[in-house]
Write a protein that binds this ligand. Sequence first.
Ligand SMILES: Nc1ncnc2c1ncn2[C@@H]1O[C@H](COP(=O)(O)OP(=O)(O)OP(=O)(O)O)[C@@H](O)[C@H]1O
Ligand SMILES: [Mg+2]
Length: 242
Amino acid sequence: MALISLKGIKKTYRLGQTDVPALLGVDLEIEAGEFTVVMGPSGSGKTTLLNIIGLLDRADPGGSFKLDGEELAGRDFNEMASLRNRKIGFIFQSFNLIPVLNVRENIEFPCLLRKEDRAGLDRRVELLAEEVGLTKVLHHRPDELSGGQRQRVAIARALVTQPEIVLADEPTANLDSATSEQILQLMERLNASRGVTFLFSTHDPRIMKRAKRVVLMADGKLVDGTAAAHAETHASSGLDHS
Ligand SMILES: Nc1ncnc2c1ncn2[C@@H]1O[C@H](COP(=O)(O)OP(=O)(O)OP(=O)(O)O)[C@@H](O)[C@H]1O
Ligand SMILES: [Mg+2]
């Protein structure tokens, strides 16, 4: 059974009097342990898709969205929030750390939100910090860290609740290329060592080339594999059409 299964997922935003179609019927399956990248030009619907999978937003009625075989279409926002807290980890382009909390407190924050028992939490945070290379800065605040270190905090924070899937919308967009490379390696390592399932959106050809699977979007739809291979050829020649 796929971890995530989308069938006929549509999303239309309402902007004043106008309807903005963002997803026109997406079918997608993601298995546990995958390292998948969603590529596509600006406006093709990548963020919309990730927001729906991440239970941050709801698709239009009619489609089917299963997580672990459980149908989630039609759930209310409270149920979505509770499922999101338990099952989804997020990594954002702009890190979204809490400025007044230090690294340790930022990483453990999702566990406190879930009112988890503190027993074992310190150790869990320390192990994660070690794995992402933050042991020496656990007491620093985000404004005392480099961009790469901030994204490492965000990665540790996404993993601390042991989510079923980690979603990352353009995780390296605010990082220089050397730092992006390190962050990418880190996520690949976590995918291999912990079996963490990752789903990214990106414009970054380097991420796309390394992904085990590329899903290409255009105009609110998934485009077939041939088109993805075509895009890869362009990406590896350094072109970016978005
Ligand atoms: N909150 C919103 N209200 C109205 N329209 C929206 C909203 N969010 C996105 N859209 C529209 O939906 C479509 C898909 O947008 P989306 O942000 O998902 O694209 P994207 O692929 O993530 O683009 P980018 O690469 O620029 O991040 C676009 O036409 C966009 O203008
Ligand atoms: Mg986007």
